[in-house]
Design a protein around this ligand. Sequence first.
Ligand code: SAM
Length: 185
Amino acid sequence: MNKRRFRADDPERKAWQDAEKILSSIGLEQGMVFVDVGCGEGYFALPASRRVGPGGEVYAVDINAEAVAHLQEQAKNEGLRNLSAEAREAEATVVCEGCADIVFFGIDLHDFADPKKVIQNAKKMLKPSGRLVDLDWKDISMDVGPPAEIRFPVAKAKNLIESAGFRILSVQDAGPYHYLIIAGN
Ligand SMILES: C[S@@+](CC[C@H](N)C(=O)[O-])C[C@H]1O[C@@H](n2cnc3c(N)ncnc32)[C@H](O)[C@@H]1O
């Protein structure tokens, strides 16, 4: 796969994936609790933190300690005190039970060793009214992103999400290269 780690302020990426627009489209609002699973350097966690504001919380986890350190530094520089970032395995992470308005997978569900377990953990973290959001690479030919054989076609992602007891609420395009699945309890 394309192992390039995305910088949080990657201008090239912004041309094909606007984090602010996506966070707005999924209904992230002030005061909400947002869990970013596989956050990398915070391409989504940082704008989410600014968006939910001081009354909200962002929990960001990633198995890559270096990426998490970058995110922590950026959050500190910006004074984003509502963002907590930890180096953890998603398969072993339930940041809190029934606390989250949104559990977000940013182009990474296909990367987890055990995506089923990660989705089950999302179920534990979400409030009854909460939403699981899976943004991932479309399964079509393109010259960016991971190789076709490791991508999750929409049907596979939906299946995994439904088998953890979620209801699919919508499936839409999110820019030229990605789909966005929103699911609820
Ligand atoms: C393609 S990157 C996406 C990062 C970020 N969500 C973004 O949109 O920029 C996938 C991320 O998943 C992380 N990851 C892979 N397996 C993981 C696991 N089992 N637990 C936690 N993070 C994991 C990687 O370290 C990497 O940062």
